[in-house]
Design a protein around this ligand. Structure first.
Ligand code: BGC
Length: 424
């Protein structure tokens, strides 16, 4: 499938999670708060999630046992700084134990500092449009790196600051400040917090020029804070890059969306150590706007076409536009049929191999996601996991896809290690 081309010996083979989606009871976060409000757009509350907060030891052991060499997870700002300026050493120690568990099991930890959720207090002070937010985020990055930096393998500042721009194309969030009072969820949040609705700017749903400036400044200030403590650590952000295509009559819109969602964020990544690419499929624009999946093609649980070829295209786009190393920090499929996921992963990894063969500097392939988990506004229905979880007993059951990708990881890293040894 991937030919004999060896992946580099330090290539990262992993699976990813994000704190809010797996830990459970992230009660000081803005997302927990929004899940509970009247008019919420979340299908269900996150609740206990998959209780990774307490079960991380067994979970990390399982990921390693399956053959992976990397685990990407996020540290939760809302736990670490539950009140502005008050940092919890106990929570920082929790993440230190997680990092130690990764090292014990030979996994390189790829740590995301911010994966969509922020402390609830940030929402009260203007969230991701407030000009003070970059400094707040940098202070948090400094504190995290001071406590955990020596154990982090790769650092991601912000996860998918471009997602709100993509979601807006799908009609989810992204309302301009002046019309937020008409959106039931933002109106309810504003009332509960005692602030004006125009100031409600949570990370995932803020697609405004002010938001763009704040997120970019936060990324840069966060990166500087991390680098100040660990200059040699690889630091970048991770982006939601779909393969944007056009059908008859849709080229103008496709070009515009490619510019706002993909290219301007990739351009802003220049100067970083890497860019994380997170791709799930393609987005096609036709004469009537977003084109739905062609008749008869297999679709994922969100009704979108299954299109694993997208990854190769977005890696090539990232390498071309950003001109820096790429790590695939997420790629996966929501399906109940795990054989579809195996087939999807095969095509996606072959795409990575083809990029490597062309000399593109790809440093890793990290699948989304380790466990079936809380898929944000869609709740627990979509199954992206390589490992199934019974949420009543919290029992974990690896699927065939976990064994497939884990053993590919094991074989490929052994192959490339042998290559290195042979040539020494
Ligand atoms: C996010 C994940 C999410 C996944 C699947 C990405 O947008 O980083 O948190 O679960 O895609 O939708």
């Amino acid at each position: 499938m991937t030919g004999s081309f060896p992946f580099p010996h330090d290539f990262l083979w992993g699976v990813a999670t994000a704190a809010h989606q797996v830990e459970g009871n992230n009660v000081n976060s803005d997302t927990w708060f929004l899940e509970q409000l009247p008019g919420t757009i979340f299908a269900e509350p996150s609740g206990d999630a998959v209780d990774h907060y307490h079960r991380y030891r067994e979970d990390i052991a399982l990921i390693a046992e399956l053959g992976f060499t990397t685990y990407r997870f996020s540290v939760e700002w809302a736990r670490i700084e539950p009140v502005e300026g008050q940092f919890s050493i106990a929570e920082l120690n929790h993440y230190r134990r997680m990092l130690e568990a990764c090292h014990e099991h030979g996994l390189t930890p790829v740590v995301t500092y911010h994966h969509f959720t922020s402390p609830r207090w940030l929402l009260e002070v203007g969230g991701w449009e407030d000009p003070e937010t970059p400094a707040r985020f940098a202070r948090y990055c400094d504190r995290v790196t001071q406590h955990l930096g020596d154990l982090i393998g790769v650092a991601c500042t912000l996860n998918e600051p471009n997602l709100p721009w993509l979601l807006r194309e799908f009609g989810i969030g992204g309302e301009p400040a002046e019309s937020r009072s008409e959106v039931p969820l933002w109106a309810a949040a504003a009332e509960r917090l005692g602030v004006e609705a125009r100031r409600i700017a949570p990370f995932q749903f803020t697609a405004s020029e002010a938001g763009f400036d704040v997120m970019l400044a936060a990324h840069r200030a966060g990166r500087a804070a991390i680098k100040a403590r660990r200059p040699e650590l690889m630091v970048g952000w991770t982006l939601a890059n779909t393969d944007i295509q056009s059908a008859e009559g849709g080229q103008e819109r496709a070009d515009r969306v490619r510019r706002t969602v993909n290219e301007r964020f990739l351009e802003a990544s220049r100067g970083d150590d890497f860019v994380g690419i997170q791709t799930y499929g393609r987005t096609v624009f036709g004469a009537d706007g977003l084109a739905s999946a062609p008749e008869g093609v297999p679709t994922n649980q969100m009704g979108e076409e299954i299109y694993p070829q997208a990854l190769e295209a977005t890696i090539r786009e990232a390498a071309r536009v950003a001109g820096i190393p790429v790590i695939v920090t997420e790629n996966g499929l929501a399906t109940d049929d795990d054989s579809q996921r195996v087939a999807y992963l095969q095509v996606a990894v072959a795409g990575v191999a083809s990029c490597l063969a062309d000399g593109i500097d790809v440093r890793g392939y990290i699948a989304w996601t380790a466990f079936d988990n809380f898929e944000w506004v869609f709740g627990y229905a979509p199954k992206f996991g390589l490992i199934a979880v019974d949420r009543t007993t919290q029992e974990r059951t690896p699927k065939e896809s976990a064994r497939f990708l884990g053993s590919l990881a094991r074989t490929k890293s052994a192959e490339s290690k042998n290559k290195v040894t042979e040539s020494v």
